[in-house]
Design a protein around this ligand. Structure first.
Ligand SMILES: Nc1ncnc2c1ncn2[C@@H]1O[C@H](COP(=O)(O)OP(=O)(O)O)[C@@H](O)[C@H]1O
Ligand SMILES: [Mg+2]
Length: 509
């Protein structure tokens, strides 16, 4: 039998994401509009906060079709961020897997594809180029009109312009045309913006929708969370490829130096006892390790218990104050409590969990009477695929009656996880996988704030009961006094004012 010969072919990263749009969050027109807005906002936040700039972000979505139903839009996002050096603008926006964020520290973007995917989607639905205007704050502003050569994963520069920058403006403006369904996406977009405002209360965010409605989220704190520092890999988190890459660039002549130089929190003493544990002489030249020795080294790194846990300087949690400010600003609750858990790690990746609870005020009641859950990862709100997320699983595992919580109460739980490596389930970044180390921290955090909520709710219940009691007295006591006066054939009805005052005082106490 003759087997028909097969054709083998290689595709570029751009082509791969062109064929698999759904895994990057562009599965249908509604989702595409949502993801486009989200990715550009994330890039703007990443271009401001880490540079110590309080974010001012302006987003405008306008209809370009004859009617809104036609589903063609222009999306414009402006920020006051770091800007991008001119020579990198085409690559940053029109080459997949090109990023300034492939570093070991916390950022929102991590894959080098969010913004680029937005532009690709715009291009394949409208055949129009993206327009970018950017300045790093020097004397020039650069303007580009760009498209993506999808098969080659390369930018095509249609036009480049240079303008004078006298006002020292820095920032980036991106304008992209795309097909979408805003009317369907609207609830999620507004929810996303509101939650972004909760996690980033130091940002000014303005959004103008296709009908010209303005949504304004104003800054209420003018401090930024401490910025993350770049870190070295933790020995528990490395694999063979990482070791190869380090060996290629290392200047260390011995494994003893190598361990201390390239790994997170490994000092001389720890390096010594590790090498003894792993069975390598201290003066082994790392460049001479054989392939099977590298595997042995990696395995020993994973199983050695003597390494210090990763520290959290590469992370940028919100901190209790900012988180609480965000909650107060957007939810205006009657009661709120927050907590920040101590840094922890899974597979050598450090993470911190922050949890908040809010009761009453603008906290919504869900139609299914469940608790409202706001999920955040590296300060990004996650508004899709809740049921697949680790935080949802944790919330559902709790017996809420133990905390005096009843179905239908206006209660929101806020869970923020920050890490150098969020264990995403997909590159669309909507669901966090269930790692036991992470779910344990979430559970403990939720319990901590739930206990505070319990105290508040039982005090509230007591006050309510006392009030009811008082109102019963108020209603009947005058009648009883009158009646007993009649019974006793007294002319004068006894004065109950004093009595009532005493009851009232007790009710307040
Ligand atoms: N608004 C912006 N301001 C400054 N730099 C930006 C902006 N948007 C994108 N960039 C640059 O373009 C790169 C690629 O962006 P993107 O495709 O979204 O991937 P990622 O955000 O994962 O790095 C970023 O790493 C960043 O360096
Ligand atoms: Mg991005």
């Amino acid at each position: 039998m003759q087997i028909i010969s097969q054709v083998f072919q290689e595709i570029s990263p751009a082509d791969f994401f062109y064929r698999n749009k759904e895994i990057a969050g562009f599965s249908n027109p509604a989702r595409a509009i949502f993801s486009a807005i989200r990715e550009l906002i994330e890039n703007s936040l990443d271009a401001t906060e880490p540079f110590g700039i309080l974010p001012d972000i302006y987003i405008r979505l306008s209809s370009t079709g004859e009617t809104e139903e036609e589903g063609f839009y222009t999306l414009r996002v402006e920020d006051n961020g770091s800007g991008i050096p001119s020579e990198y603008i085409p690559l940053a926006f029109c080459q997949f897997l090109f990023s300034s964020k492939y570093k070991l520290k916390q950022t929102r973007g991590t894959f080098g594809l969010g913004g680029t995917m937005t532009i690709l989607y715009g291009q394949i639905t409208t055949n129009k180029p993206v327009e970018v205007l950017s300045s790093t704050g020097d004397s020039k502003i650069y303007g580009y009109r760009l498209m993506i050569d999808i098969e080659r994963n390369q930018p095509i520069i249609l036009e480049k312009k240079v303008y004078e920058n006298d006002g020292q403006w820095h920032g980036t403006i991106v304008e992209v045309n795309l097909e979408g369904d805003y009317s369907k996406a609207k609830p999620k977009v507004i929810e996303y913006l509101k939650q972004t405002a909760i996690a980033n209360p130091y940002a000014n965010i303005m959004f103008v929708d296709p009908k010209g409605r303005l949504y304004k989220f104003e800054r209420t704190v003018s401090v930024l969370p401490p910025q993350p520092k770049e870190t070295l890999p933790h020995p528990h988190g490395v694999d063979v490829e990482t070791i190869y890459r380090i060996i290629r660039v290392t200047k260390c002549k011995t494994l003893l130096d190598f361990m201390q130089e390239h790994f997170h929190r490994v000092g001389r003493q720890i390096a010594k006892s590790f090498l003894e544990f792993a069975g390598f002489p201290e003066d082994t030249d790392p460049k001479r390790l054989k392939p099977e020795e590298i595997v042995k080294l990696v395995q020993a790194m994973k199983s050695f218990n003597g390494f210090l846990p990763p520290d959290a300087s590469c992370l940028s949690p919100l901190g209790e104050e900012i988180l609480k400010a965000g909650i107060m600003k957007e939810l205006e609750p009657e009661f709120a409590a927050v907590t920040q858990r101590k840094p922890s790690a899974y597979s050598g990746h450090p993470f911190i969990v922050e949890v908040g609870v809010a009761y009453g005020g603008k906290v919504p009641v869900r139609s299914d009477n469940d608790i409202t859950l706001y999920r955040f990862a590296n300060k990004i709100p996650l508004v899709y695929d809740e049921s697949g997320d680790v935080s949802w699983k944790v919330i559902k595992s709790i017996d809420w009656r133990r905390y005096n919580v009843e179905p239908g109460m206006p209660i929101a739980i806020i869970v923020h996880i920050c890490s150098t490596k969020i264990p995403w389930k997909t590159v669309g970044k909507e669901m966090i996988a269930d790692r036991p180390e992470i779910s344990r921290e979430i559970l403990n955090g939720v319990r901590e704030v739930a206990r505070k909520l319990k105290v508040y709710l039982s005090r509230k219940e007591k006050v309510k009961r006392e009030k009811e009691r008082l109102s019963v007295f108020l209603r009947y006591l005058p009648k009883i006094a009158e009646f007993s006066a009649k019974l006793a054939r007294e002319e004068k009805v006894p004065d109950i004012k004093n009595l009532l005052r005493r009851v009232r005082r007790f009710g307040e106490g």
